[in-house]
Write a protein that binds this ligand. Structure first.
Ligand code: BTN
Length: 334
């Protein structure tokens, strides 16, 4: 009954279908039709009801499907194997399990919802159902272990460039890989690597994009620091298209990185950075506090910070607080 009712509504495009016609075609009472309409609304369909005219389909739930994704993907490696899940604790865990089982580079795990999404520095990551992109993919790069942070920066550049193109918003990168609009965070990247005897085995790249979250999805505290692309742009975005755009950009940059090394990625990152030249306070995982102004990236991917007195020190991992947030990149790169 559900499928046939949906079919009838879909077939009538933008026109109303009377309750009487629906009940006749489906061979059920008008009350039964109404109950089924309510169930469809609960699933996320928007159905306009008029006493005189009947029912009209106005919107479908934003459900990720494999065929829907595959028609949008333009990549060779990334997303060639996809695991699409409903609710998971964290896509990082699923991707890690697959990597341990030998899954190839590019294997992608996407979830509609994460129950325990995790962020950098042991923080949690809110991932409400159907409202964002919550995904992790496997990398198996042949690079020395100390170069792993370069991949974080590469992922940030790919995400920034693809989201700027998709949304038209002025998005900048706060070191190392937070994307900001108007000083507020719109996405996060988490890279977790596995190594054996100083050799990199694989990296799990986790990407969270707060695409279509509403203000009610955030706590008041979070709203001061974070925003969704829908809230920032005033319109929702298609999740499959967003995933496809990002993976395409990532694959291109990853290939460039394999051929030309980190230099071109560093140039792109620096141009999109909102951190360079801004006084900041960095707190390392060991609790060391460094104050200064970032001047650029080192070859390893470390942030070069100029301290008072002029000494420049490399910082590999830290939480950055900017004395003043700036959301415009130094140069515009599209
Ligand atoms: C951060 O900014 O702190 C990083 C957030 C990373 C969130 C993504 S969502 C998909 C993947 N699964 C997780 O549990 N985390 C990453």
């Amino acid at each position: 009954m559900r499928e046939r009712l949906l079919g009838l509504l879909e077939d009538s495009d933008d026109r109303f279908v009377s309750g009487e016609l629906l009940s006749r075609q489906l061979g059920v009472s008008r009350t039964a039709v109404w109950k089924q309409i309510r169930k469809l609304e609960d699933e996320g369909y928007t159905i306009e009801a008029s006493r005189k005219l009947g029912y009209r389909l106005r919107g479908r739930p934003d459900q990720l499907t494999l065929p829907g994704l595959l028609t949008k993907l333009r990549t060779e490696t990334f997303g060639k194997r996809i695991k699409l899940l409903d609710a998971v604790d964290s896509t990082q865990n699923v991707a890690q399990q697959l990597a341990e089982e030998g899954a190839p580079e590019g294997t992608l795990v996407i979830a509609e919802q994460q129950l325990h999404g995790r962020g950098r520095m042991g923080r949690s990551w809110i991932s409400p159902k159907g409202k964002g992109v919550w995904m992790s993919f496997i990398l198996r790069p042949s690079i020395p272990l100390p170069f792993t942070p370069q991949l974080t920066l590469l992922a940030a550049v790919a995400l920034c460039r693809s989201l700027r193109r998709l949304t038209g918003l002025d998005i900048g990168i706060k070191w190392p890989n937070d994307l900001l609009v108007g000083g507020k965070k719109i996405s996060g990247i988490l890279l977790e690597s596995s190594a054996e005897e100083e050799r990199l085995k694989y990296v799990i790249a986790g990407v969270g994009i707060s695409l279509n979250l509403d203000a009610s999805d955030y706590s008041p505290d979070m709203l001061a620091k974070a925003v969704s692309l829908k809230l920032a742009a005033g319109r929702p975005f298609d999740r499959s298209e967003t995933i496809a755009e990002f993976l395409h950009e990532f694959e291109e940059l990853y290939r460039l990185y394999g051929q030309a090394g980190f230099d071109p990625i560093r140039t792109l990152w620096e141009a999109l950075s909102v951190s360079i030249g801004k006084p900041c306070v960095l707190t390392t995982p060991q609790g060391l506090v460094i104050e200064g102004s970032p001047v650029g990236l080192a070859e390893t991917g470390a942030l070069l910070v100029k301290r008072e007195g002029g000494k420049v020190v490399p910082v590999f991992s830290a939480d950055m607080g900017m004395t003043q947030e700036r959301d415009q990149p130094a140069d515009r790169v599209q």
